[in-house]
Design a protein around this ligand. Structure first.
Ligand SMILES: Cc1ncc(COP(=O)(O)O)c(C=O)c1O
Length: 340
């Protein structure tokens, strides 16, 4: 039995998903002729009350296109210092948008309206980059899948409106947040100018992210996607997997969250774990005490075919997803030991 807890990106298509993919109606999407891609874009845009959407190969691409849409070279983006757009997109903000970043440290990845306000540059001061965009991430990966309070998002939006800033959401795991809070999708989406949604994380599709926003933004995004080499041809086979994921895999995210809570408890009860980040969704991050190194503990787990991710000095991340069962957690519990 292989127990791969490294990420929710490691899932394989289910038989139902594979069948949906093989039955997909497809066409050349660069010509705008793939009906399944169009249906996916429209479906997600409608679900969140936006005008339109654009299907891209990755969440990195949807984030990078959004940042490019909202900024001009030399502008500044406010984001958390541990955010995916900053830490894990290869310096894309600099490469693709020629923009500067203002990094903010918030509570497990979550910025407050005050944080945002304090970090906006004086637009009249020619020495400073012009602040143009705020990027939030919900749930927040490096914060252990932490969920934003919607009231805080609304306050951040007010600050953005007051200072003429755009607001983008990296919603790679937005459905993990929404199944927990039970928020209405359209209400939740209102404050954001653009949202990047990944289908290839907890939802279990093999590939694909959709950027949603206004018609004008998505029209411009089509040009930017082409420039980045993200125009795909018979992408409907992939979009069909994403449609299947939306129809079948949203509610089951709650199972992933329940299982993450089980892992949280296993870690809390272990003498060699110093700290477990509070688990809110499907990500568990814990800190080992100095008696054990991450590499030694990961090698120990690997002997029982359990894979987890090193996540910084002394930190380990485990992520639940549709490939993880209760039986696997029993095996994890048995092997979650350490002896010097
Ligand atoms: C929060 C977050 N945003 C964006 C991405 C980027 O997604 P992709 O790997 O599809 O580029 C990831 C990937 O893990 C992520 O965790």
């Amino acid at each position: 039995m292989n127990i791969d807890l490294r990420s929710d990106t490691v899932t394989l298509p289910t038989p139902g998903m594979l069948e949906a993919m093989t039955r997909a109606q497809v066409g050349d999407d660069v010509f705008g002729e793939d009906p399944t891609v169009k249906a996916l874009e429209t479906k997600l845009a409608r679900m969140f009350g936006k005008d339109d959407g654009i299907f891209c190969p990755s969440g990195t691409m949807t984030n990078q296109i959004a940042i490019r849409l909202h900024t001009q070279p030399g502008d500044e983006v406010i984001c958390h210092g541990q955010s995916h757009v900053y830490r894990y997109e290869g310096g894309g903000i600099a490469v693709n948008s020629h923009a500067s970043v203002r990094l903010v440290e918030g509570n497990r990845g979550r910025l407050t309206a005050d944080d945002v306000k304090k970090n906006i540059n004086n637009a009249e001061d020619v020495h400073c980059p012009r602040t143009r965009l705020v990027c939030l991430e919900d749930t927040f990966n490096r914060g252990g899948g932490a969920i934003y309070q919607f009231e805080e998002i609304k306050k951040i939006k007010s600050v953005c409106e007051q200072f003429g800033l755009s607001l983008h959401l990296d919603g790679a795991r937005v459905f993990n947040a929404l199944v927990e809070t039970g928020a209405n999708y359209v209400d939740y989406a209102k404050p954001f100018d653009t949202i990047s949604i990944c289908l290839s994380k907890g939802l279990g599709a093999p590939v694909g992210s959709v950027l949603i926003g206004s018609s004008a933004h998505i029209k411009q995004a089509r040009r930017l996607r082409k420039v980045l080499g993200g125009g795909m041809r018979q992408a409907g086979y992939l979009a069909a997997a994403c449609m299947y994921a939306l129809d079948n895999h949203i509610d089951r995210l709650k199972d992933d969250h329940r299982r993450a809570k089980i892992i949280e408890k296993i870690a809390q009860e272990s003498s060699f774990v110093d700290e477990v980040f509070p688990v809110e969704t499907n990500i568990v991050i814990f800190r080992l005490n100095p008696s054990v190194t991450t590499s030694a503990f990961l090698s120990h787990l690997k002997q029982s075919n359990i894979l987890a991710m090193p996540f910084g000095p002394s930190l380990i991340r485990m992520v639940t997803h549709l490939g993880i069962t209760d039986d696997m957690l029993d095996v994890l519990k048995k092997n979650f030991r350490w002896q010097n």
